[in-house]
Design a protein around this ligand. Structure first.
Ligand SMILES: Nc1ncnc2c1ncn2[C@@H]1O[C@H](COP(=O)(O)OP(=O)(O)OP(=O)(O)O)[C@@H](O)[C@H]1O
Ligand SMILES: [Mg+2]
Length: 172
C-alpha cells in the first residue's frame, strides 16, 4: 500500500528530476490533517505542462523510466480524504506544491517519514534540503548544509543520518 511518505518521496524526486539544487519540504500534521508543502528551484513548467501533471501517465522523464503516476496518485489520495493538491510553477524559476490530506478513514498511513527524509538527504547530495516536520505543534528542522564536509559515501555516516531522523520522529 502506498503511504503518505511515498508521496513525499515522489514529490521530492520530481524536484530532483527537475534539476533543483534547493528543495524545501514542510510536513505539518495536526489532529485533523496533514499539510505537505514543497518548494524547489528546478526547471519549472510552462502552462501546458502544468495543465497535464494530474493526467495519468503524463511524464517528461521517460528516459529515466518514470511512468507519470506520482502526482495523479497524490491527487486521488488527497481528494479521497476531502483534501486537495495545488501546484504552481514558473519556467526557469521553480515549482511550489501544497497538498492537504484530512485524517478521515480514507487517509493512508503516514509510513516511514524518517526513512524517506534520510534517503533523500543521503542519496541526492547535490541538493540543499530544508526539511521541517511538525506534529501537533512540536517541530524539528533540518538543513542538509549541516552535512557539509561529511563523507556521505561512508556507511557509518549514512546509518547515523537514518538514526538521527528516527530519533527526531520519536522526539515529537
Ligand atoms: N517539481 C517539478 N518541477 C518540474 N516539473 C515537474 C515537477 N513535478 C512534476 N513535474 C512534471 O510533472 C510530470 C508528472 O509528475 P509525476 O510525479 O506524476 O510523474 P513522474 O515523476 O514523471 O513519474 P512517476 O512519479 O510515476 O515516477 C513530470 O514528469 C514532470 O514533467
Ligand atoms: Mg514523480
Amino acid at each position: 500500500m502506498r503511504t503518505i511518505a511515498d508521496h513525499v518521496l515522489d514529490i521530492a524526486q520530481n524536484s530532483v528530476n527537475a534539476k533543483a539544487t534547493y528543495v524545501k519540504i514542510a510536513f505539518v500534521e495536526d489532529r485533523e490533517k496533514i499539510v505537505i508543502k514543497m518548494e524547489d528551484n528546478g526547471c519549472g513548467m510552462n502552462k501546458e505542462e502544468l495543465s497535464k501533471i494530474f493526467d495519468p501517465f503524463f511524464t517528461t522523464h521517460e528516459e529515466i523510466r518514470r511512468v507519470g503516476l506520482g502526482l495523479p496518485f497524490l491527487k486521488q489520495n488527497a481528494e479521497l480524504t476531502g483534501g486537495y493538491v495545488h501546484v504552481s510553477s514558473t519556467p526557469e524559476i521553480g515549482t511550489v506544491l501544497e497538498a492537504t490530506l484530512f485524517k478521515t478513514i480514507d487517509c493512508q498511513p503516514t509510513g516511514d517519514l524518517a526513512g524517506t527524509f534520510a534517503t533523500l538527504v543521503t542519496s541526492s547530495t547535490k541538493v540543499i534540503w530544508e526539511i521541517q516536520r511538525c506534529l501537533k505543534g512540536k517541530c524539528y528542522d533540518f538543513s542538509s548544509e549541516v552535512l557539509d564536509g561529511v563523507d556521505l559515501s561512508s556507511p557509518k555516516a549514512i546509518v547515523a543520518i537514518f538514526e538521527y531522523f528516527k530519533n527526531m520522529e520519536l522526539s515529537l
